[in-house]
Design a binder for this molecule. Structure first.
Ligand code: MF3
Ligand code: CO
Ligand code: CO
Length: 276
């Protein structure tokens, strides 16, 4: 049986602060996502913002990752490394922000969103919106007594009903005093299986959704993950807390994100009418 760390009240306060900073960083970067910017520019903006808030950009030097944020464009599933690549009209890009606050021995906040660069194709928008809604569906299943397999099944059923697939090779994760810990949060699965959720548990939900097959390949740089068939892929991530009655989205953003037509997680029930 996996052990899951439950934070004290004062630790939870610090965890909320780190998650809020991660969310604010993502809101900040949303304003900059447009054709002509490079992923290196995004890295610099994210790095400087997090450091200015007395926190540390957790990806930097994490298991040798060379940059402060992950930027994953089009067929990149996750863990794209920022560099000289220029965003162009029609791209979709996931920006995955993780903060450590305080910067030494702090708490981790982890959140990502996929943004439209200019005007993407209908298919690129489709995979993005399916990923966004998959995260909302996962979050909606979080409450004491629910099982992780219930969440995974709900997300997988939805994604496949929209003609897309769920990545199996990467998962959500427990988070708090460490970046990645138990439990593994699968975005696919069988109802009635897996860990039973308890009040106080904190983990990420971060479905990666592909337009084609779910299979992935890892590039020689040891980080960049692409879809095996080079189909488009999109992802959204929140860090969530199981509460007495349900869920608190610790990385919830204020307002809407202009460039991604962000739908607040709480607006559940509206997605069925909005989906293609
Ligand atoms: N933020 C990613 C996640 O959601 C992990 C990135 S690890 C890195 O778990 F080293 F690539 F940054
Ligand atoms: Co994560
Ligand atoms: Co992340």
């Amino acid at each position: 049986m996996a052990r899951v760390d439950i934070l004290s009240h004062s630790e939870l306060k610090q965890m909320r602060a780190s998650c809020k900073l991660a969310a604010d960083t993502l809101s900040m970067i949303a304003e900059h996502i447009k054709p002509g910017i490079t992923t290196e520019d995004i890295n610099t903006l994210v790095h400087d913002y997090i450091v200015a808030h007395d926190a540390y950009p957790s990806p930097l030097n994490y298991r040798g990752f060379p940059k402060s944020v992950c930027t994953s464009i089009n067929e990149c599933v996750c863990h794209g490394i920022p560099g000289p690549v220029v965003l162009k009209d029609g791209d979709i890009i996931n920006v995955d922000v993780t903060t450590t606050l305080p910067k030494r021995l702090g708490f981790y906040g982890d959140t990502s969103a996929t943004f439209y660069v200019g005007e993407p194709s209908p298919m690129a928008k489709h995979v993005t919106e399916v990923a966004r809604q998959a995260l909302e569906i996962g979050i909606a299943g979080v409450k004491p007594g629910a099982r992780l397999g219930d969440l995974g099944h709900a997300m997988q059923s939805f994604v496949e009903s929209k003609g897309c697939s769920v990545v199996r090779d990467y998962t959500g994760h427990g988070i708090g005093r460490v970046f990645h810990t138990e439990p593994a949060v699968l975005h696919y699965g069988e109802p009635g299986t897996g860990m039973r959720l308890k009040r106080g548990m904190i983990f990420t939900i971060e479905p990666m959704v592909n337009l084609g097959s779910h299979e992935t390949v890892l590039l020689d740089d040891g980080w960049t993950v692409l879809t095996q068939d080079r189909s488009l892929s999109a992802q959204f991530e929140h860090t969530v807390l199981v509460t007495r009655t349900g869920v608190e989205v610790l990385t919830k953003r204020d307002g809407l994100l202009k460039h991604s037509e962000d739908v607040e997680w709480a607006q559940l029930g509206h997605y069925s009418s909005a989906s293609a």
